[in-house]
Design a protein around this ligand. Structure first.
Ligand code: KG4
Ligand code: ZN
Length: 346
């Protein structure tokens, strides 16, 4: 079936048409299921927010409102389909910036109900996980997922396509937020995560000893705020003393601390749950140091199979929402005209 999906939870407006089918159900011996992206239009607002050093919610909502209609038209046209071909409209309903979400939800509602198409609300975080179904059509739950983005850091057990249990989370900053804040203090434009990734190759990871973001208890929780603050305090102290620093060394040391923290908690989560599939998702899933470390970990532990999403599908996009909408649709999830957006998970 064809699904039209709308994403507007943060600073990217996206409209996508995906084709999803499981011709022989979820039988393990069934042929590889259909997971096609026919269009995935993304309008990034980053240039609008860069001057402020972060996302300004009011500007985000307005930019979504301006973009969503034309993007949807373009997504349908690129897919070569009309609304009458669409079996369901999927929309990110939570979590995210409330004003930004409301733009997508209200647009999707109007489109779906005016055209008598079922409307399916989708959780943004589960959408990030579902991006992996395009890169790995053979991927099936159960699996363990790390969702690492600018707004979220969660260790999630996917028991089925639609049944998730969050078994670990950040207690403060999200992983991408920490990358962006450290980058900002070093004078890099928002969002600095990708530039930190690149810069880390040029530096010495042992230059600065940093605290772990893996909380030293038997939970699967993280605290990226302490790690971020340690770096920022170090930089401020150097500045006050009039001493210069090597940005690449800072990026490499920070990256090393993030990678070892992630590995520590994922190792614990895998051992505790007994899961044998590990999925990475979210904007920070594009980070090459985290990807390489997880590849090395899984090569060492031959019983764990790793699934990394295409880099193009790591950031916010409509296709991932369409993939998750498909599974929610199969489960019978439908929204009526009272559908509202929600800033938080619960
Ligand atoms: O998933 P996403 O597009 O938006 C949210 O749902 O938050 O993630 C955006 C985040 C930003 O913090 C950005 O700096 C970070 O992902 N990011 C990276 C990389 N590419 C994007 N962080 C580290 N390394 C990267 N290569
Ligand atoms: Zn996201």
């Amino acid at each position: 079936m064809y699904i039209l999906a709308i994403e507007s939870s943060c600073d990217e407006t996206s409209a996508s048409v995906v084709e999803m089918d499981d011709p022989c159900g979820t039988d393990a011996k069934a042929p590889v299921p259909v997971r096609n992206i026919l269009s995935n239009r993304i309008a990034s607002q980053i240039p609008l927010h860069t001057v402020y050093g972060g996302v300004v919610p009011e500007i985000a909502s307005r930019a979504h409102a301006e973009a969503v209609s034309a993007l949807t038209y373009d997504a349908l046209r690129e897919a070569g389909l009309g609304l009458s071909d669409i079996g369901a409209v999927g929309v990110t309903a939570y979590p995210g910036l409330i004003g930004a979400l409301l733009v997508g939800v209200n647009f999707a509602k109007s489109l779906a109900f005016a055209n008598h198409i079922p409307l399916v609300p989708v959780c943004h975080i589960y959408g990030h996980i579902a991006a992996n179904y395009f890169t790995h059509p053979e991927l099936k739950p159960p699996f363990l997922a790390l969702v690492a983005s600018g707004g979220h850091t969660s260790v999630i057990r996917a028991k089925s396509y639609t049944d998730f249990e969050t078994i670990g989370r950040t207690r403060d900053d999200a992983i991408g937020e920490a990358f962006d804040k450290v980058a900002r203090v070093m004078g890099m434009p928002y969002p600095g995560g990708a530039e930190m990734d690149r810069l880390a190759y040029e530096g010495n990871a042992a230059a600065l000893k940093l605290p772990s973001a893996a909380i030293a208890d038997d939970t699967l929780d993280f605290s990226f705020s302490g790690l971020k603050t340690a770096v920022i305090n170090h930089l401020h102290t150097l500045e006050q003393k009039g001493q210069s620093y090597n940005r690449a060394d800072i990026a490499a040391s920070f990256s090393e601390a993030v990678v070892s923290s992630v590995l520590k908690k994922l190792d614990l989560a895998l051992r505790r749950t007994g899961e044998t599939r590990l999925v990475l998702a979210g904007g920070v899933a594009a980070n090459s140091h985290i990807r390489a470390a997880l590849e090395a970990y899984c090569a060492k532990h031959g019983n764990i199979k790793l699934y990394l999403p295409d880099r193009a599908l790591c950031g916010d996009n409509g296709a991932m929402i369409g993939a998750q909408a498909y599974f929610e649709f199969l489960r019978g999830v439908r929204a009526d005209t009272t559908l509202n957006a929600r800033a938080v998970m619960e």
